[in-house]
Design a binder for this molecule. Structure first.
Ligand SMILES: Nc1ncnc2c1ncn2[C@@H]1O[C@H](COP(=O)(O)OP(=O)(O)OP(=O)(O)O)[C@@H](O)[C@H]1O
Ligand SMILES: [Mg+2]
Length: 285
């Protein structure tokens, strides 16, 4: 019996990156990176600053067209522009938060929702009943999502006035409003205090429970090792190691190239994180 239930049986691949290479001028930011995300998995992507993590997300979401390699969603080649990637079912958040700062919290989520709505220009322009029904449904779904991420009380606040941690959660709600199959989170806990970080970890578990598969970039290894079913380590654009948290944290190459800490220290942090997972499981069952 493995400690991580989601590791047990292979599931269908929802997202596959195959040999993704991204060259900027003379710089190879990604070199032949392959990654498979199975349905219902949470995969972590870690690596030092400049390793290529965000570039990889940009290649997965059509912001960049890889120099070589391809990305498949449910076995089909992903469209190569961000709007079509969203419609295909991949949503993301950004390392540098990208909200509409002068719109309200609710309006920000409704913008995400609009990518899923059938746009009939006549009905929209004339504000016919079909348009109004669509808007009402979008508003209702957006409110549900705000409740899900814990921002109900802030729905009428202007986004730029929210505390930083709430802005990150709002970005997650907006991404979820597009009804994704896959959610890509780029440093979702950056700048958060330990309580907010823990709330975000629980939120990501809940997102997985709702049927969305997740790839998450983070520098906080305790967070990653206690959250993810699989962890991929990117160093200088190359996938150095990938595997279960247990395998990755014990790999001498990871300790040397990335963690940069003595194995005992890494082990102690990870033991603490694993205990937190067991504790959660006890509470959830
Ligand atoms: N549009 C671009 N043009 C040129 N170089 C780029 C571009 N985007 C990224 N790079 C370079 O690619 C490399 C990888 O950057 P990236 O932002 O993907 O790293 P990262 O792993 O996300 O780092 P961090 O942990 O600091 O966010 C860096 O050397 C960066 O300068
Ligand atoms: Mg980055």
């Amino acid at each position: 019996m493995t400690a991580f239930a989601h590791e047990a049986a292979p599931r269908p691949a929802v997202l596959q990156a195959q040999g993704v290479t991204m060259v900027f001028g003379g710089l190879t930011a990604l070199n032949d990176v392959s990654l498979t995300l199975e349905e219902g998995q949470i995969v972590g992507l870690i690596g030092p600053n400049g390793a290529g993590k965000t570039t990889f997300f940009n290649c997965l979401t059509g912001l960049y067209t890889p120099t070589r390699g391809r990305v498949l969603l449910d076995g089909s080649v992903m469209p190569n522009d961000p709007a079509h990637v969203t419609i295909a079912g991949v949503a993301r958040t950004f390392q540098n938060i990208r909200l509409f700062p002068n719109m309200t919290v609710l309006e920000n989520v409704m913008v995400g929702r609009h990518s899923r709505m059938k746009q009939d220009p006549v009905s929209t322009l004339l504000r016919l009943p079909a348009f109004k029904r669509g808007e009402a449904a979008a508003r209702e779904r957006s409110r549900e999502l705000l409740e899900f991420v814990g921002l109900t009380r802030s729905e009428n606040e202007v986004a730029r006035n929210l505390p930083y941690g709430d802005q990150r959660r709002l970005e997650i709600a907006r991404a979820l409003a597009t009804d994704p199959k896959v959610l890509l989170l780029d440093e979702p806990t950056a700048g958060m205090n330990p309580q907010e970080t823990e709330a975000t970890r629980q939120l990501i578990f809940a997102i997985r429970e709702s049927g969305v598969s997740v790839v998450v970039i983070e520098h906080d290894i305790k967070f990653i090792f206690s959250l993810c079913d699989r962890v991929c380590v990117l160093v200088q654009g190359e996938l150095l190691v990938e595997g279960s948290p247990e395998v990755v944290r014990a790999d001498p190459r990871v300790i040397e190239a990335y963690l940069g800490k003595p194995p005992e220290e890494v082990e102690a942090e990870v033991r603490e994180a694993a205990a937190a997972v067991e504790h959660d499981k006890g509470e959830r069952s």
